[in-house]
Design a protein around this ligand. Structure first.
Ligand SMILES: Cc1cc2nc3c(=O)[nH]c(=O)nc-3n(C[C@H](O)[C@H](O)[C@H](O)COP(=O)(O)OP(=O)(O)OC[C@H]3O[C@@H](n4cnc5c(N)ncnc54)[C@H](O)[C@@H]3O)c2cc1C
Length: 332
């Protein structure tokens, strides 16, 4: 399957990539979708699967997970190849004008056109800005919590003041021996009730930041914290350090493709064409005047990109698919 030549390869399996895969099938194009993570649904799956979405036309209310389920079902209508755990990074133009896309593990994917629906790229945690911190990453320095049990009866230091840091402190307090929260400002994010709860359950140091980490091998044993204004130092014994300093989107190798960018997004025109012939883009990944930064906006851009791809492949192709109400797949 990796070696077959596809008409359209969609990079990113968020809501826009999924709907684009459906529409590409409506146009009878041989379609593949590559998603970097293990799950489809993009930001919805990652950040708000349980929240209710109310601004999709015709759907009064749907949970994030419900919308993703429906989008996956719809995307599969025309049986595209949908592959997860494929992080696209490399690009080569072949002598016949087609593209060779490469995933991080070197897997080749041949395609006539590409539609980038990569959102803001892959989300990565902002790392702790302390010299030598990376050596503890394979030990007891964490950027996310997968299992609370890992911290049972441990002295845990949390660095950060966003709502995730507050939630983690409250969830860990009944499990850990001690939770200390270090934040460089006095104000915390999140609901007031949860911040009050945290101040009861954890020892809170503000405005402080982590200055140094000391330990043996890959294990932190002590954390040195510094007062942001006075420079006063404290020591904390620690069995685990958890950092929540935010996340950032990373396009990785795609940044080397030569695509024009503006304010961190790929520039497209009204046909969703990028500056490279044969590469189109849609959804959160793109910028153009009056861009609508909503799922609904991406649901229009994906089909425009597909139609442009169809014209690129066959200049005589119709500019639009047949209405779904009249499409042979649904009328038979
Ligand atoms: C908390 C929150 C609430 C929101 N609520 C709403 C709302 O109520 N209504 C609304 O309309 N919008 C809402 N949004 C915005 C909405 O989620 C986005 O507009 C939408 O997810 C964009 O879809 P997308 O498919 O373009 O990108 P994304 O959802 O970001 O999906 C991009 C996908 O591409 C993948 N990817 C990235 N790089 C690569 C690569 N190199 N190779 C392979 N795959 C890659 C990513 O893993 C991801 O799965 C909300 C956003 C947030 C954060």
């Amino acid at each position: 399957m990796a070696d077959d030549l596809y008409d359209v390869t969609i990079v990113g399996g968020g809501p826009v990539g999924l709907f684009t895969a459906f529409y590409s099938g409506m146009r009878n194009l041989k379609t593949k979708l590559l998603e970097s993570s293990g799950e489809l649904g993009g930001k919805i799956t990652q950040f708000y699967p349980e929240k209710t979405i109310r601004d999709i036309g015709g759907i009064q209310a749907v949970t994030g997970a419900g919308l993703v389920r429906a989008l996956i079902g719809q995307a599969k209508t025309f049986a595209p190849a949908i592959l997860c755990n494929r992080h696209v990074s490399g690009l080569e133009r072949m002598p016949d004008g087609s593209f060779l896309l490469k995933t991080d593990n070197g897997e080749p994917h041949h395609t006539k056109t590409i539609i980038l629906t990569a959102g803001a790229g892959i989300f990565k945690p902002v790392k702790l800005d302390v010299k030598g911190a990376e050596r503890f990453e394979s030990g007891n320095l964490y950027y996310t919590i997968e299992q609370l049990e890992v911290f049972r009866n441990k002295r845990v230091v949390i660095s950060g003041g966003g709502n995730a840091a507050v939630d983690w402190a409250n969830e860990l307090a009944p499990v850990a021996e001690r939770v200390s929260v270090i934040h460089r400002r006095d104000l915390f994010g999140g609901f007031e009730r949860q911040v009050c709860e945290m101040k009861k359950l954890a020892e809170v140091f503000t405005p402080y930041k982590i200055k140094s980490l000391y330990g043996e091998g890959e294990s932190i044993r002590r954390v040195e914290i510094e007062h942001a204004d006075t420079g006063e130092m404290h020591w904390l014994e620690a069995d685990a350090v958890i950092v929540n300093h935010g996340i950032y989107g990373d396009y990785g190798g795609i940044l080397n493709w030569g695509l024009a960018m503006q304010e961190g997004r790929f520039v497209v025109n009204g046909a969703m064409e990028t500056n490279i012939a044969g590469i189109f883009a849609a959804g959160d990944a793109v910028t153009y005047p009056h861009k609508l930064k909503l799922i609904a906006g991406g649901f229009a851009e994906g089909p425009v990109a597909v139609n442009s791809a169809a014209k690129y492949i066959s200049p005589d192709a119709e500019l639009m698919a047949m209405y779904s109400t009249h499409h042979e797949r649904f009328t038979k």
